[in-house]
Write a protein that binds this ligand. Structure first.
Ligand code: NAD
Length: 308
């Protein structure tokens, strides 16, 4: 890709910009924020690390959304993050207004872009962006499952003591309390995790994964997680920019898969140069299906707030 714009030069946005630049996943990274000086300063700071890291990606910062012009990919990390005790849904109204402002300008200046939503509540904002643009669903997707799976894999590695390089975890469903960890697809080098951990331990890990964001928020108090989120966004950008056809859990618009339509949900998808190229429609067990439906119900409850 030539140009990637990140709107929202806060913690996740800045860390993502650094990752993209260092990995040379595009030629130019544009960082945009409403706070004058912040995106420009962040871009310059990262640019000055180039001689040390040996990358020649160009970075620019701006407070003007028009500078999204010509982007191949726009990543939305703008918004207010949760404070301790707040749920992701509590920030919906504010972040929805911010999202619409970005999307409306993007439609004018970067009509051929793809759109990756990170801001919360990510399932609802991805759906709202899809509706607002009228674009085909392959061009709009959200980041949640890569992060949730990454957290779960980390906890499994910590618990077993085995290398995280061998752990694969799969998390579906909404981002938050209703996420659906898929234990039967969670393995250590192909061996089901149940061979290594008791059911009780696995349940503990699932609960810790569900509260993974809140755990970090409670520890830091004044800021939420950004390193693992930015790394997860970077994995998705790499899949698209290098047309890797990776199968990653992402927030995607469902069109009949899992028996659902007209909703955004965390499901395994194929990510490649065309964006979200395919939803992998898995047959769910009775238990998984019940959890998935619970997740759908909670997302639909939030979706109702889009029209009221
Ligand atoms: P942050 O407060 O550090 O950064 C947000 C930035 O957005 C701020 O710099 C703010 O000035 C900017 N902003 C606000 N309104 C804007 C607008 N209209 N245009 C451009 N910029 C604007 O927050 P953060 O920790 O970087 O988190 C960013 C978002 O990502 C939050 O909504 C957070 O909940 C979400 N998040 C999602 C995931 C996920 O898994 N999907 C993970 C982590 C964070």
């Amino acid at each position: 890709m030539k140009k990637v714009t990140i709107v929202g030069a806060g913690r996740v946005g800045e860390s993502t910009a650094h990752n993209l630049a260092k990995s040379e996943l595009c030629r130019e990274v544009m960082l945009i924020d409403v706070k004058d000086g912040v995106p420009q300063g962040a871009a310059l700071d990262i640019q000055e690390s180039a001689p040390q890291f040996g990358f020649d990606t160009k970075l620019r910062g701006s407070v003007n959304l028009k500078d999204m012009a010509g982007s191949d990919l726009v990543i939305v990390t703008a918004g207010i993050p949760r404070k301790p005790g707040m749920s992701r849904s509590d920030v919906l109204d504010t972040n929805l207004g911010i999202l619409y402002g970005i999307v409306d300008e993007m439609l004018k200046v970067a009509p051929d872009a793809k759109l990756l939503i990170v801001s919360n509540p990510v399932d609802i904002l991805t759906y709202a962006a899809w509706k607002r643009t009228g674009w085909s669903r392959n061009r709009i997707f959200g980041m949640a499952g890569v992060l949730d799976s990454s957290r779960m894999a980390s906890f499994i590695a910590m618990e077993t003591g085995y290398s995280v390089k061998d752990v694969t975890a799969m998390v579906l469903g909404g981002h938050g309390d209703t996420m659906v960890p898929m234990i039967r697809f969670t393995c250590i080098n192909g061996i089901p995790v149940s061979e290594f951990l008791s059911l009780e331990k696995i349940e503990e890990i699932i609960e810790r994964t569900r509260g993974g964001g809140a755990e970090i928020l409670a520890l830091k108090q004044t800021g939420s997680a950004y390193d693992a989120p930015a790394a997860s966004v970077t994995a998705m950008v790499s899949a698209i920019s290098d047309d890797r056809k990776r199968i990653l859990p992402c927030v995607a618009v469902l069109d009949g898969e899992y028996g659902e339509k007209d909703i955004c949900m965390g499901v395994p998808v194929v990510l490649g140069e065309n964006g979200m190229e395919k939803v992998i429609d898995l047959e769910l067990t009775e238990n998984e299906s019940a959890e998935f439906k619970r997740s759908i119900k909670s997302i639909r409850a939030d979706m109702e707030r889009l029209t009221t």
